[in-house]
Design a protein around this ligand. Structure first.
Ligand code: SF4
Ligand code: SF4
Length: 95
């Protein structure tokens, strides 16, 4: 059986992106005071990235709804986390 890369596996999933309402919202002021920014290496979909100026960039469009970012975030109130509205979000198609 052929082994797939993480990117290939993620590409199999289907996403219904809610363009009107983000289900995860960051408080950028709180994030600016976060020294370690664990979200940038813990998110399995790599949705948290660092800009050149050190600011965290986040895109909820490919979210797997796993909750890892909420679990690893050390700053209370930095992440307003919820599931997408009904009809939106990820559909897992493999495993
Ligand atoms: S871990 Fe939390 S506080 Fe730190 S940058 Fe990420 S979302 Fe912001
Ligand atoms: S819930 Fe999971 S996939 Fe979605 S942004 Fe957080 S860590 Fe990434």
């Amino acid at each position: 059986m052929k082994r797939l890369t993480v990117e290939q596996l993620l590409g199999i999933n289907k996403f219904m992106v809610d363009d009107e309402e983000a289900h995860i919202v960051l408080n950028k002021e709180i994030c600016a005071s976060c020294a370690t920014k664990p979200c940038t290496f813990a998110c399995p979909a790599c949705l948290y990235t660092l800009k050149e100026n050190g600011e965290v960039n986040f895109d909820y469009a490919g979210c797997l709804e796993c909750g890892t970012c909420r679990a690893v975030c050390p700053k209370e109130g930095a992440i307003a986390w919820g599931y997408p509205r009904g009809g939106f979000g990820v559909s897992f198609r493999y495993g």
